[in-house]
Design a protein around this ligand. Structure first.
Ligand code: 5RP
Length: 214
């Protein structure tokens, strides 16, 4: 089956987690776009959404869904987002779309994180997908050198500026056997805003090709 159809099935299955009166945390990407389109059907029943990117905000607003600042709504019950890779413990690589920082903030602020993917994103060990890292622009080269020293191969995503005005380095050549330690180690490099490893706060529920993973 077409990958987009599988993404759409996962997005539609996530709608079952949306309850009346909720303000829903919304991620970014092509899978989430299907979720937002489905959320439009529940528009009258939810309060609105907190968005992880300008891209998702525009799509939510186009459907007439109110978008709130996270500061105005406090903790959320539900966050729905895609991922680039997912391991058996629900640890994720995210940030292929460059929205990793706001995604991680909203995931952390949410009681339940429902991750929606297609089967191609399930891996036994994270790292085949280059690990995105958002960095302060003036620190880009210094962070890249430090990543090299740590054994990774950073590639600057040239021309990309995040919604926060920062740069992205994608780290190639990693095998992430200990995602929590790797997340911590990269987070500690001065100039790193966010590493796209979601291990300290993994997904609570993973939906693959429309089916909740056991
Ligand atoms: C954006 C992300 C996305 O969730 C990830 O890139 C998956 O995207 P898609 O659903 O388009 O495959 O982390 O920063």
């Amino acid at each position: 089956m077409d990958r987009n159809e599988l993404k759409k099935r996962s997005a539609q299955a996530a709608l079952a987690f949306v309850e009346d009166g909720m303000t829903v945390g919304v991620g970014t990407g092509s899978t989430v776009a299907f979720f937002i389109d489905g959320l439009a059907g529940l528009r009258g029943r939810i309060e609105g959404a907190v968005s992880s990117s300008e891209q998702s905000t525009a799509r939510l607003r186009a459907h007439g869904i109110a978008v709130f600042d996270l500061n105005a709504v406090g903790p959320l019950q539900l966050y729905v987002d895609g991922a680039d890779e997912c391991d058996p413990r629900n640890c994720l690589i995210k940030g292929g779309g460059g929205a990793l920082t706001r995604e991680k903030i909203i995931a952390q602020a949410s009681e339940r994180f429902v991750c929606i993917i297609d089967d191609a994103k399930q891996v036994p060990v994270l790292g085949r997908f280059p690990l995105p890292v958002e960095v302060i622009p003036m620190a880009r080269s210094a962070v890249a050198r430090e990543i090299q020293r740590m054994g990774g191969r950073p590639v600057w995503r040239e021309g990309v500026v995040t919604d926060n005005g920062n740069a992205i380095l994608d780290i190639h050549g990693l095998r992430i056997d200990d995602p929590i330690a790797t997340e911590r180690d990269y987070n500690q490099i001065p100039g790193v805003v966010t590493v796209g490893l979601f291990a300290r706060r993994p997904a609570d529920v993973v939906i693959v090709d429309g089916v909740r993973r056991a």
